[in-house]
Structures are given as C-alpha cells and as structure tokens.
Write a protein that binds this ligand. Structure first.
Ligand code: F6P
Length: 322
C-alpha cells in the first residue's frame, strides 16, 4: 500500500512525533510512505515527497511539523477537492493519514462524501476539543508552556500587588484556560463554553480587595464571549480606577517548543494505531485515546461537536480560589 501523510490546520507540538510513528510503522509493515506537504493545499498542488525512516530521524523532540501545514480555503471548494483527488490518483496514493484538529476533520468529511480513499485521522491540536479523544497531541505541551508563563507573571504580580488578566489560546475551546488556570492558582477563568458574567468577576475582585488579598489572576481564553484580555481589563479598570491592572497575551508561544513526554508518547501510540487501522481496513475513522486505550471514532461523529467541559473542574476554581 502507498500511504500519504499530511499535517493540517494549526500546528501542535508532537505533530512531528506522530509523523515519525506513522512513517516508521508503515515501513515496518511494508508500506510505501509519502509526505504531503502543507496540508490539504499541498494535496491540491501535488506537493508530495517520498519519506524513508531516516527522513524522520530525530524529529520526535521537535515542535512544528516537518511537513508544514496550512488552512486551505481552496480545499473547501468542489474544484479544490477535485484537484486534490486527481493528485492522489496521479501519485497512486491508496491511503491517507491526516493529522490535525476539527477543521481538518470537517474537511475530511466533505472530501469523503465525494471521493473514496481509505483514511485515518490523528487528533493534533493544542485546544483538546476533539470528540473521540480524551487528549489531543500538543495540548499537554501547550498547557505546560502556559503554566510556566503564568507562574512567572504571578511573581511580578505579587511583587506589585497587581491584578493580571492573561489571555491564552482557544478561539472556541477553553481547555488551555481551564487547565493552566487551575494549575497556576488563578482566581478566575473565563472560557467560551460558559457565559461570562462580568459583574461576578467584579464582585470577586471587590471581595478579594476587602479581604486584602493582593493578587488576582484572571486567565481568559481568546474566544471568551465577553472578549479577550483587553476587553476584560478595560471593564475592570472602569470599575476599579485605583487598582493596578495589567494584561498579558501569551499568543503563539503556546504552539511551539519541544513536545512534552506525554505528547511524544500519545503521538507515538496514535501514529502506530493509525497505520494498524489502515492495514486492517478500519478506515474513515480517527484514532484517539479514551481511558488510556486507543479507540477509533468515525469522522462523521468527530465533527459533531466538541468535548464538554467538566463542571467539576469549573467548580474547583471557585472553591480553591477562596
Ligand atoms: O486551533 C489551534 C489554535 O492555536 C487556536 O487555539 C487559535 O485560536 C488558533 O489556532 C490560531 O490560529 P492561527 O495561528 O491561524 O492564527
């Protein structure tokens, strides 16, 4: 079998480890492995290269993706999908492994409604918002990067008795905010999955001020319904003009860096599982991890929504920030 692998959408630390696992497992089972560069856009343009075991040497520890990535608008069109399919046929590709997030799987569902080619997905996104997997490749690294940054901000916040509003990534998902906020002892966490009542945030700051609690950290996901760090900060400054308020937007540092051990292991397991699925004819599924076991979920179920946020974890914030 000749298998193509691509990485698509926002990159995530551990994508390279997944590429390595897919390529090496494929070669182990006698498959011919091809890299499709720049995601679906490279598929459309036929940017396809052979991959040998040595091409993936020493990439397990590297952030980014050696295959590069893109968010292809052309792939959303009928003409783009037709070109992509023609390129796959031209290169005699008989199976696909797609590494990416929800956009990647939505693209896959549309493509496979029209064209038949065996495919398996691997959940790679720092957002951890994919149904069918408890964890996604890149989340652990990203959240640790965020915690490290927030710890440093907390040192300076404490030195000055400041309120800090820290924006983390997550356009549609609050997992990075939730996990990094709990792990860094934040007082408030604002996420897209919950309607933000800013008056409650203000009441909590007021309460802390009266109790002489001098530091108040608010971790806000970029996609929160009230807005990002700047909007939250303006509102707080309006209410408390005498308090010292600062903002910090962590941005794309959360997407880079060497993957954590957990992400390397997850990527190695799911890369291996993706090839086994193709080999066994279990296709049009995503290989994910649920209760520490590999599970396969059909693409059409993967795109139905996102992982619900645990109410227990939200409750932790309220209790532990007392
Ligand atoms: O999907 C991963 C993610 O990092 C989101 O958290 C973020 O909103 C988005 O990608 C940013 O994408 P880009 O790098 O294209 O601006």
């Amino acid at each position: 079998m000749k298998i193509g692998i691509l990485t698509s959408g926002g990159d995530s630390p551990g994508m390279n480890a997944a590429i390595r696992a897919v390529v090496r497992t494929g070669i182990y089972y006698g498959m011919e492995m091809m890299g499709i560069r720049r995601g679906y856009q490279g598929m459309i343009e036929g940017d396809i290269i052979p991959l040998q075991t040595t091409d993936v040497s020493d990439i397990i520890k590297r952030g980014g993706t050696i295959l590069k990535t893109s968010r292809s608008k052309e792939f959303m069109t009928d003409a783009g999908m037709q070109k992509a399919y023609n390129q796959l046929m031209h290169h005699n590709i008989e199976g696909l492994v797609m590494c990416g997030g929800d956009g990647t799987f939505r693209g896959a569902v549309h493509f496979f409604e029209k064209y038949t080619i065996p495919a398996v997905g691997i959940p790679c996104t720092i957002d951890k918002d994919i149904i069918g997997s408890d964890y996604t490749i890149g989340f652990d690294t990203a959240v640790n990067t965020a915690v490290e940054a927030i710890d440093k901000i907390k040192d300076t916040a404490e030195a000055h008795n400041r309120i800090f509003i820290i924006e983390v990534m997550g356009r549609d998902a609050g997992y990075i905010a939730l996990y990094s906020g709990i792990a860094s002892g934040a007082e408030d966490i604002l996420i897209p999955e919950e309607v933000t009542d800013i008056t409650e945030v203000i009441d909590r700051i007021d309460r802390d001020e009266r109790r002489k609690k001098t530091v108040h950290l608010i971790v806000v996901a970029e996609g929160d319904d009230f807005g990002g760090a700047r909007e939250v900060s303006s509102k707080i400054i309006e209410q408390f003009p005498l308090l010292d308020v600062r903002t910090s937007v962590l941005g794309h540092i959360q997407r880079g860096g060497n993957p954590s051990c957990a992400d390397r292991i997850l990527a190695s397991r799911l890369g291996h599982a993706a090839i086994l699925a193709l080999k066994n004819g279990n296709t049009q599924v995503m290989a994910g991890i649920v209760n520490n076991e590999v599970v396969y979920t059909p693409f059409k179920n993967v795109v139905k929504g996102c992982n619900p946020i645990s109410k227990d974890m939200l409750e932790l914030i309220r209790v532990l920030a007392i």
